[in-house]
Design a protein around this ligand. Structure first.
Ligand code: CA
Length: 233
């Protein structure tokens, strides 16, 4: 099955939170919610979400602080701030903390969905996730059936291996650090050497399946000091 984009809603007002979750599910997203900043931050740092919808006025830790703390750990996490405060100062403050966009309450659902799609697209996560990843004329990967066609051979993958391939494919314009893979695929927020080796083991397995010569990778290359990169021809 292809993965739906995952959105975390951090909103203390129950009516708005429930309304947002309904709308997002209706538009095909996987959702989770948090009712306050502390829980929101903990869930956001799990690395499981493609986008965080973050209210500013929250009990305890406010949305600006949550945004700031997420950014300290994860520069890539997509964040849209939601708030009744729409003065220019607040907007500038939110964006300067690294939010990707800002939607003022009350917002129209159509407007919000468009902004979500735009932010997901910018972070390389399309609302329509491709069923096939084409790496070259000889190699086409079927993400739905966890297989690849390589000449006359059919290769099969685990869900985890496919998640890695899909993530690298989405970000194929750059090398992806091992820490980022651990965060995004395994959901680890802190890294130990033992865990980064887990990434290397999975990459080695993928190379044995995909590469004509695993010792001289053509698709899954190592960029020294920067991570792994998937080369798409
Ligand atoms: Ca609020």
């Amino acid at each position: 099955m292809t993965r739906k984009p995952r959105i975390l809603v951090v909103e203390d007002e129950a009516a708005i939170r429930t309304g947002l979750l309904d709308v997002l599910v209706f538009h095909g997203y996987d959702v989770d919610a948090a009712e306050n900043g502390t829980d929101g931050l903990a869930k956001a740092l799990s690395g499981k979400f493609d986008l965080i919808l973050l209210d500013v006025m929250l009990p305890g830790l406010d949305g600006f602080s949550v945004c700031n703390r997420i950014r300290e750990q994860d520069r890539e996490q997509a964040i849209i701030m939601l708030t009744a405060k729409t003065s220019d100062d607040d907007i500038i403050h939110g964006l300067s903390l690294g939010a990707d966009d800002y939607v003022g309450k009350p917002f129209s659902v159509a407007q919000l969905i468009l902004r979500i799609q735009a932010v997901l697209r910018r972070s390389g996560i399309d609302t329509q996730i491709a069923d096939t990843l084409r790496l070259s004329d000889e190699l086409e990967i079927d993400t739905r059936n966890l297989t690849a066609q390589c000449g006359d051979n059919t290769l099969s993958f685990t869900r985890r291996e496919m998640d890695i391939l899909q993530y690298l494919h989405r970000h194929h314009a750059r090398p992806v650090p091992r820490e980022e893979l651990l965060n995004k695929i395994w959901g680890y927020a802190k890294h130990l050497d033992l865990e980064t080796r887990t990434v290397d083991i999975h990459i080695a397995k993928l190379r044995r399946k995909l590469e004509p010569d695993p010792a001289q990778p053509r698709y899954l290359v190592t960029v020294r000091g920067a991570g792994y990169r998937l080369l798409v021809e």
